[in-house]
Design a protein around this ligand. Sequence first.
Ligand SMILES: NC(=O)c1ccc[n+]([C@@H]2O[C@H](COP(=O)([O-])OP(=O)(O)OC[C@H]3O[C@@H](n4cnc5c(N)ncnc54)[C@H](O)[C@@H]3O)[C@@H](O)[C@H]2O)c1
Ligand SMILES: [Zn+2]
Length: 371
Amino acid sequence: MTTPQRPTLVLPTAGVDVEYHLGDGLLGHAAALVSAQASGGRRFVVTDENVEPLVGARLAEALEAPVFVVPAGEATKGWPTVERVVRWLIGCGVERRDVVIAVGGGVVTDLAGFAASILLRGLPWIAVPTTLLGMVDAAVGGKTGIDLDLGKNLLGTFWPPRAVIADPAALATLEPRQLRAGLAEVVKAGMIAPATLEHVLDEHLEALCAGRLERAIPLIHAAVRVKGEVVAADAREHGARMALNLGHTFGHALEAASAYRRFLHGEAVAWGLLAVLCVARRRDLLSTKRAHRWAERLEFLAPLPGLDGLEWPALEPFVARDKKRVGGEVGWVLPRDGGTVSGLSVSNAEAAEAFDWLRRLSPSGPFTDSL
Ligand SMILES: NC(=O)c1ccc[n+]([C@@H]2O[C@H](COP(=O)([O-])OP(=O)(O)OC[C@H]3O[C@@H](n4cnc5c(N)ncnc54)[C@H](O)[C@@H]3O)[C@@H](O)[C@H]2O)c1
Ligand SMILES: [Zn+2]
């Protein structure tokens, strides 16, 4: 168990040091941790309807903080909810030294972080992620954001939280499908920095997928370290941070082409990671042996939702439109031995071939056939 006041990691993010506290049972010490960050000011908890009875209410009570509960799900991450949150805060008489505490998955941390970033020209906030995806990804890196009907995450800010408090004990109530989807981002981090993560994945991934939650800590720790290092090198996504988009060009296209209904984000990313393994294999950027090892690790996340009914012509425009467009060309990130290479141009024919290969795989695995 981590000593409450000592962060597990310090993540330099857009000019500030974010303390990342990770430990089993840490939520029991959250009041002390928050006090260390928020001396004097009041605290306001924002959470969602699922997390409130599990974690949010108890935490708010310990912090003597009022709570605002939003509906669960991505549809909440929009302008109307931001306005409700800020109106509530203003109604409570919020001041600039007060702290917003976001307790929930990536939807809540993105939403509450965004609200905090624009209210009174920026209030401090603390992220208490309660999903694996939140712990390893959404709460790390300083980006906040909301969706518009025109697209996901179109409004956003770089506004890092003061601290992140991650207690893997909270994952006990998470649906296994959500846990596995979050692990896709951990596998992605492993492909970006194999030296840091490969051995941790091989020691703990299978057991964690089988429900052994005590194995989450080393995986979260290593994945946060990797994302933290990438962000420290490039907080505002000018270069190195592009690596974090590994698997996302295809993943976003799958999500969009299925109207965001079939895949959890991490599930689409898992397919996307397989797609880039295929492209990298065909280009000989990656040895067969290494590509197979990554495909086998992704098999622990199976079964993935199937690809039936999705055709390349429906996917192609989304691939082309992906936000990583560089000078009219899509800049892809591909795995290679020892890490990734960014900003590559991948032809339509190569992408179509990779999709064709995905379609021939069974969503339950194995994922190594013809790779
Ligand atoms: N800012 C960033 O850098 C960044 C990075 C990655 C993802 N994101 C965003 O994160 C969001 C996805 O996050 P998510 O996958 O955590 O989704 P989510 O917040 O919707 O949570 C998934 C579901 O799990 C429930 N839940 C949360 N914690 C729980 C717990 N401990 N027990 C039981 N149920 C629980 C939620 O109520 C929800 O129904 C997306 O909007 C994405 O854009 C942001
Ligand atoms: Zn992602």
